[in-house]
Design a binder for this molecule. Structure first.
Ligand SMILES: CC(C)(COP(=O)(O)OP(=O)(O)OC[C@H]1O[C@@H](n2cnc3c(N)ncnc32)[C@H](O)[C@@H]1OP(=O)(O)O)[C@@H](O)C(=O)NCCC(=O)NCCS
Length: 328
């Protein structure tokens, strides 16, 4: 099949690019969303080299693959944001599934890679759907390494299995464990966001394969502040935070997203995470969400077991793959 790679024609290409994103992600975007998002992104690259010799600052490339009639059948972008570390670029490559196995994805990756090399990037990272039979051979052929494998799980409201576990709530009274929302906590005079971050930080590194928290305090605080405080549920042992469930309602896709769940190490195996998940299901019901969705490392046995118990089923996830560009 004949195809070509060309720069974007804007605003014409926005709506097709939005369709391609919608074909693989749960959030529903429109061409207008992409156009509005673009208004906040610089037009020009602005790169320098840091003290370790890595590029830092901002750069971005976006291209589409088109057929002979100039119809968009694939999209690829790679970018460096000022907060990325070590000169490592992120990227997306999406091919219309009707045109898989024609070499389009490979051509788009190689296009990004050549551009990344021209910018002296140290590596390029992307996500690849794990249900595609050729995902791993493709990774190998292009010289990528698998950094993570995240599985997704979905729980539609009609498949929730919560009745068998509702008896656990009265047992927390005797243990002195209480559940509140962040909205409740914020109203307390001695509320300390830093204490909640500590819980996030110390539990995050217990996720198999994670060595450091994903977010600094400032980044995490911003994320929390962007969340409806009724959708952050905490478990408290008196004035100590011992569990957190951070949820986000994605209205367009009508689902509740589990951003994070964590329980203090010394309070584990006491059904606290189970209770947080049951309360999350209640939130989903109140919001009229169709389902709850979560992503976990394939190695995270505790979380996967817990999700299975409640009726979550596995849906396609993704490999996070990275190619080092400093070795030739
Ligand atoms: C995953 C985590 C939240 C579980 O918290 P918890 O309060 O100990 O879990 P619960 O006591 O509610 O356990 C409920 C069920 O989960 C499963 N489970 C929990 N811990 C488990 C473990 N270590 N091994 C296997 N299954 C486990 C079991 O099915 C358990 O039911 P059971 O006790 O009847 O067998 C906790 O281990 C944690 O904070 N881990 C680090 C952070 C993390 O991985 N978060 C998820 C990424 S978003």
């Amino acid at each position: 099949m004949k195809f070509a790679i060309r720069p974007l024609k804007l605003p014409m290409d926005y709506s097709r690019i939005a369709e391609l994103f919608n074909s693989i992600y749960f959030d529903v975007n429109t061409g207008d969303d992409l156009e509005n998002a673009d208004k906040h992104i610089p037009l020009e690259d602005n790169l320098r080299t840091d003290e370790y010799g890595n590029i830092t600052g901002f750069c971005r490339i976006r291209v589409v693959a088109v057929n002979e009639n100039d119809n968009v059948i694939g999209f690829a972008q790679a970018w460096l944001a000022p907060w990325f570390k070590g000169g490592k670029l992120s990227s997306h490559v999406i091919v219309d599934s009707r045109f898989y196995s024609h070499g389009i994805g490979k051509a788009l990756y190689l296009h990004l890679e050549n551009w990344a090399r021209s910018k002296n990037a140290s590596s390029i990272q992307t996500e690849l759907k794990d249900h595609l039979p050729y995902a791993l051979p493709f990774v190998k052929e292009l010289g990528f390494a698998v950094r993570k494998h995240n599985r997704y799980s979905s729980l539609t409201m009609e498949h929730v299995r919560d009745e068998p576990f509702k008896h656990i709530f009265p047992t927390f009274k005797g243990q002195g464990i209480q559940f509140h929302t962040l909205k409740d906590e914020r109203e307390k005079a001695d509320f300390d966001m830093g204490k909640l971050y500590e819980l996030y930080k110390t539990t995050y590194t217990d996720i198999p394969g994670e060595e450091a928290p994903q977010y600094t305090y400032e980044e995490w605080k911003k994320k929390v502040e962007q969340t409806d405080p009724e959708l952050i549920i905490v478990a408290c042992d008196q004035d100590r935070y011992v569990g957190i469930s951070h949820l986000q309602f994605r209205q367009r896709g009508n689902y509740l997203w589990h951003e994070y769940t964590g329980v203090d190490r010394s309070f584990r195996r006491r059904n606290i995470a189970l209770a947080l998940k049951l309360l999350s299901v209640e939130k989903a019901r109140q919001l009229g969400a169709e389902r709850l969705i979560t992503s976990n490392s394939i190695l995270n046995e505790p979380m996967i077991n817990l999700n299975n118990k409640l009726g979550y089923t596995r849906i396609p996830g993704h490999y996070v793959i990275e190619k080092c560009l400093t070795l030739r």
